[in-house]
Design a protein around this ligand. Structure first.
Ligand code: TRP
Length: 356
């Protein structure tokens, strides 16, 4: 059995550099590593609808935004199957059978769900669909027999839940499904990129995101007004790195090569940090360096995006073809699931020819 990747994103907005460094960049590297036999990248529109059932336009419009973000970041439909969750009805069927294998109290204890419910102030208006989305996410993963699920740290409880459902299914009905493993980004800074205002998370509603599709001057403006150390007022003052967003971003993005190119008076980030902490290094200089680093990273992405934007119909065609291919695989798994659950009545000749 091969190594198979499945992962995805909810199409609730354009992707930002937090998504990029926390997951998209790694996916592209995994795609190009040649180590995986199959790679499935899913736009999780059905999951997004579990808390956007009253906002259909948002999901419908962002489907293409996320697809463009994927393609411009370097996901290649020749190497990765990019598809749309809602078009694979087999996933819904699998979800229904897996629901029997999870208790309400187990879902209530899932830290990701707990946190997301709190964030949305659902209280007594929690949709059942939202509450049970970890089960549907298990269907997404297992339908493709994924061995590896590259995700952000916040998704770890989801993968744990999926593993439990797989063990339970295989225990009751015989070895059928594959237990997936999560794959986190290597660098700690990349796992949790804060917003430009220093708040823990980039979020559209907080207006603290740098988007993959931002133009160069927007990126620069956002960087120049970024949160640093509020006590670092004069250049001579010693600065602190703790919670200093500019340095967190540098941790996530910069390499020694960037120093050679844009800031040769330092050999690496450690030297720059030491100078900042000593005092005598102004924020503007560090921000300008970060701007150079980020512009270099974002430019090829922006250029590819402009190309794909010229042929939106072609992008939908990529999603359509990906969905057709994905559906075939999911249908095969579903039929194995039904066979193991012995609800394959009409294919079972022994059953049909049995004398009562
Ligand atoms: N829950 C994921 C997110 O919010 C999206 C997602 C849906 C997903 N199904 C998945 C991720 C399966 C990994 C595997 O980003």
């Amino acid at each position: 059995m091969g190594k198979i990747i499945l992962t995805g994103d909810r199409p609730t907005g354009k992707l930002h550099i937090g998504h990029y460094v926390g997951s998209l960049k790694q996916r592209v590297a995994l795609q190009n590593s040649g180590e995986f036999d199959k790679i499935y990248i899913m736009i999780a529109d059905a999951q997004a609808l579990t808390d956007n059932y009253d906002n259909l336009d948002k999901i419908r419009n962002n489907l293409i935004n996320v697809a463009l973000d994927y393609l411009s970041a370097g996901l290649d439909p020749a190497k990765s199957t990019i598809f749309v969750q809602s078009q694979i009805s087999e996933l819904t069927e699998l979800t229904f059978y897996y629901m029997n294998l999870v208790t309400v109290s187990r879902l209530q204890r899932n830290p990701t769900v707990k946190n997301e419910i709190k964030l949305r102030n659902f209280e007594t208006s929690l949709p059942v669909g939202f509450f049970t989305y970890p089960v549907s996410q298990t269907a997404d993963i297992t339908a493709f027999k994924a061995t590896t699920v590259p995700v952000g740290e916040d998704q770890l409880p989801m993968i744990e839940q999926a593993r439990e459902i797989v063990r339970s299914f295989n225990g009751y009905y015989g070895e059928t499904l594959v237990e997936p493993e999560a794959l986190l980004p290597k660098s700690g800074a990349a796992r949790r990129l804060p917003g430009t205002d220093g708040k823990a998370k980039m979020s559209k509603s907080l207006g603290n995101c740098i988007y993959l599709s931002d133009e160069p001057d927007e990126v620069k403006k956002k960087i120049m007004s970024m949160y640093t150390d509020p006590n670092h007022i004069r250049v001579e003052d010693p600065g602190s790195l703790e919670g200093n967003t500019v340095f967190t971003y540098l941790d996530a993005f910069c390499t020694d090569k960037h120093f050679e190119e844009y800031l040769p008076e330092y050999a690496n980030l450690d030297e720059l940090k030491a100078h900042y902490q000593r005092g005598g290094l102004g924020d503007v200089k560090v921000k300008k360096f970060l701007n150079n680093v980020l512009q270099e990273e974002l430019e090829p992405i922006r250029n590819r995006r402009k190309e794909f934007e010229k042929d939106i119909d072609g992008v939908y065609e990529i999603l359509y073809n990906g969905s057709v291919a994905a559906r075939e695989v999911a249908a095969k798994t579903l039929s194995e699931v039904k066979e193991h659950m012995r609800i394959n009545y009409f294919d079972d000749l022994e059953l049909r020819n049995k004398k009562n």
